[in-house]
Design a protein around this ligand. Structure first.
Ligand SMILES: [Zn+2]
Length: 382
């Protein structure tokens, strides 16, 4: 039952686009969508890291359905941390799979290789700006058209990617583009930073061009998480034993291959215990640490944060707005002060996102049904 009717759809997953960036930046075209479309500040999912929320937005549901509960998981058999970035780990259909029976040709355009691997299922065209040579599904030579892609640790890569998305819409026949940026610049600068201002203003200009070329373009725009300054990091693998507790392993849910801008530190840690009976003792140690916000057992965490209980630790520990968790090699205290200006996410203070829908009517009576970033495409019609 095709219902495509010449619709053109742009889903924007703006990585790290805290509502503070929208508020502080010169983005006239985005703000025009806010004023004339549907806008709400919504919750993101905990852990507030990219893969969890990117998959949620792409699949239209929480991790209890799609199964992606962090950027990494801990393999209890091999005792190794592995990246959670394979399509086979995604347990729910992507927006591309849902759109296909309706005749949509879709494109996944992302800054990061890990997203091409994670969300690829069902997308007809696939491009990660980080590795354009691995692009799939179209005859377009992206590098010949746009020049070499800028470095993954740059703001310019997002602008290059937007030009690629324009080509996908204008020439490659894509009716539905899922567009995912990198949050490198949000890690590097607060909303009032010069480079951040430049980035979002230039990005917004490209949005304006795109809307000019396609006045009926439906735009669904949200973010995976916010971003905050952080002042301290705990390595629970060291801190807990130092205080007389025993654990099997603690992992930052943020852990991904992009180490340069956050050192894999994030505001949520999964902890695996040696013995189930150790829970109270370890939880007590964690709760007494300055800056630990809360400690949950596996099933409480799964129920509160809509997570998949088989894919998190025995315990989930969250930090307050200043506090993150991660590996601190060669640090015997397991506690480190973060350098001035260190910004990252992963905790409950970053589980927040703007949600914008433009050129697609949202019934105002449905206001309460838009609670999370993963609700972004619930009115898309497939
Ligand atoms: Zn992100």
């Amino acid at each position: 039952m095709p219902n495509k009717e010449n619709r053109k759809i742009l889903i924007v997953m703006m990585d790290g686009f805290d509502p503070a960036y929208l508020q502080a930046s010169d983005m006239p075209n985005t703000k025009q969508m806010v004023a004339n479309g549907f806008f709400k500040t919504v919750k993101g999912i905990m852990p507030s890291v990219t893969n969890v929320n990117n998959t949620g937005i792409c699949c239209g549901g929480p991790p209890s359905k799609h199964g992606i509960t962090a950027n990494s998981y801990f393999d209890l058999q091999t005792r190794k941390e592995e990246y959670m970035d394979k399509a086979a780990m995604v347990l729910a259909p992507t927006v591309f799979e849902r759109a296909a029976p309706h005749g949509f040709k879709s494109a996944l355009m992302t800054a990061k290789k890990k997203t091409q691997s994670l969300l690829r299922t069902g997308a007809n065209i696939r491009l990660a700006a980080e590795a354009p040579k691995d692009a799939e599904g179209s005859n377009i030579d992206w590098v010949a058209r746009l020049g070499p892609a800028p470095d993954i640790y740059s703001l310019e890569i997002n602008l290059w990617l937007f030009r690629a998305a324009q080509i996908a819409l204008n020439e490659a026949g894509a009716d539905l583009v899922y567009f995912h940026t990198t949050d490198y610049i949000m890690h590097m600068e607060p909303p009032w930073g010069d480079k951040s201002q430049f980035h979002l203003n230039q990005w917004d200009k490209l949005l304006g061009e795109t809307l000019h070329a396609h006045p009926n373009l439906e735009v669904y725009m949200s973010a995976d998480h916010g971003m905050n300054f952080k002042s301290r990091c705990y390595d629970l693998n060291t801190v807990v034993p130092n205080k007389g507790g025993e654990i099997f392993f603690a992992m930052s849910a943020e852990r991904d291959p992009y180490v340069k801008h956050h050192r894999t530190f994030g505001g949520t840690a999964f902890v695996w215990l040696k013995h189930p009976g150790d829970f109270d003792r370890v939880a007590d140690i964690c709760r007494r640490l300055d800056g630990v916000e809360a400690v949950y057992d596996r099933y409480t965490a799964a129920s509160k944060f809509l997570l998949h209980p088989d894919r998190i630790g025995d315990m989930l520990v969250t930090g307050d707005i200043d506090t993150v968790f991660g590996p601190l090699a060669d640090n015997k205290t397991g506690i480190e002060e973060m350098p001035e200006g260190f910004r990252t996410h992963g905790g409950s203070d970053e589980a927040i996102a703007p949600l914008i829908i433009y050129n697609r009517e949202v019934d105002p009576r449905k206001w309460r049904e838009y609670n999370y970033n993963f609700d972004l495409t619930k009115g898309i019609g497939f």
